[in-house]
Design a protein around this ligand. Structure first.
Ligand SMILES: [Zn+2]
Length: 388
């Protein structure tokens, strides 16, 4: 196979700038601006593109560059929304896409319009050269990743996610290979007691005392995976606790909110069942115990085995492109991978242009060299992924 010609620096700069000028601060999002822009860009190229309107002004984009056979597809994915501008003043217009000869400045340049531009231009390069692979190359552009991953959720069950063999998300990693990010579960525990004057404590049931016992059991949970090679161990933090009203009354209610950070291999449904059974056991082991549990946030961990062929393919591609110092790393943020990986089980890698420490910051900016490398990377990667 003759490799496709990757997008040039100027093409990368032009498209990233154009997308940066489209204000997709979420809320409200207005991601259809980006979806329409990209659909128009690839129109007539031979790439199937469909704008999927999800609500007023908000749309996902699904693209397919069809393969020659039925090998599992390589899915590229990026989100179209950005976080708000923040309270600190910017040095220049956050949607002005100022280029200073080295850096392109603006909200979303790092997280993650540079990555989106690189993936879409890579698909254009396949179309322009007519280069086809044994399976589809697809792109899913999503809404709402920064708030609730609404776009990725809406894509579940759709054709764009059918028979995918590998997933690469162009979240900013400085073009390093992020093989994992932690998951999170937010849980609220509540206990109910019976109030009584503290001088007659034996007539009451202390919700706080019962909560303390319950928390001792919860924090001693037996983790399904004790540690992960890159992320380390899972963690559990009691973030808030509230109960009681005055010092001389046996408290009749208490609640505590818990932040749990998980690693790949910990199944969230099983973890929730484990927590529920701890609450159930408290009903028999703690006298007069009454309590309940409520889940109010659920974002599974994402990860790929560092030995997975997808990781080797990405490493080989970067090395070919002259980036020999790419690290196997992890990131601290969530991605649409939390939604897409659990039901599909697809190996998922995060690799994209931009310093992750500049994401969500005032004066976000991305270096042109990284934009260029990203365009080259997504253009060359399928040659490695589909190598027989
Ligand atoms: Zn992002």
């Amino acid at each position: 196979m003759e490799p496709a010609i990757p997008p040039s620096r100027d093409e990368m700069l032009a498209l990233t700038s154009a997308l940066t000028r489209l204000d997709t601060v979420n809320p409200p999002g207005n991601e259809q601006l980006v979806a329409d822009h990209l659909a128009e860009l690839v129109g007539g190229s031979g790439i199937d593109a469909e704008v999927i309107e999800l609500s007023d002004g908000r749309a996902n984009l699904e693209m397919t560059w069809p393969g020659t056979g039925d090998a599992p597809a390589l899915l590229y994915c990026g989100h179209f929304d950005t976080v708000p501008l923040g309270d600190r003043p910017w040095s220049n217009d956050p949607h002005g896409a100022l280029f200073d000869g080295e850096y392109l400045w603006g909200r979303g340049t790092v997280d993650m319009k540079g990555g989106v531009a690189a993936m879409v231009l890579a698909m254009m390069s396949f179309a322009q050269s007519g280069l086809r692979f044994p399976g589809d190359i697809r792109f899913l552009g999503t809404i709402g990743e920064e708030v609730d991953c609404a776009g990725a959720r809406a894509a579940l069950g759709r054709e764009v996610l059918a028979d995918i063999g590998n997933l690469v998300i162009s979240e900013p990693t400085g073009m390093n290979l992020a093989v994992a990010h932690k998951g999170a579960m937010f849980v609220e525990l509540s206990t109910v007691g019976k109030s009584a004057h503290a001088a007659m404590a034996d007539q009451g049931i202390s919700a706080i005392a019962n909560m303390i016992e319950l928390l001792a059991n919860v924090t001693g949970i037996d983790w399904e995976v004790k540690t992960h090679s890159v992320l380390g161990p899972p963690s559990l933090v009691v973030g808030t606790i509230e109960g009681g009203s005055v010092v001389n009354l046996v408290p009749d209610s208490c609640s505590a909110q818990i932040d749990i950070r998980t690693v790949p291999g910990i199944d969230h449904d099983r973890l929730l069942a484990q927590l529920e059974s701890i609450v159930d056991e408290a009903r028999s082991s703690i006298p007069d115990f009454e309590g309940s549990l409520r889940l109010f946030g659920d974002y599974p961990a994402v990860g790929v085995d560092p030995e997975d062929p997808l990781v080797s393919a990405a490493q080989a591609t970067l090395t070919d492109l002259g980036k020999t110092d790419a690290a196997l790393t992890s990131v601290a943020y969530f991605s649409d991978g939390s939604i897409i990986q659990p039901p599909t089980g697809v190996p998922t890698l995060l690799c994209g242009p931009g310093d992750p420490n500049l994401a969500h910051q005032t004066d976000e900016k991305v270096h042109i060299n990284e934009l260029e490398l990203a365009g080259q990377f997504y253009t060359a990667l399928p040659n490695q992924v589909f190598r027989t």
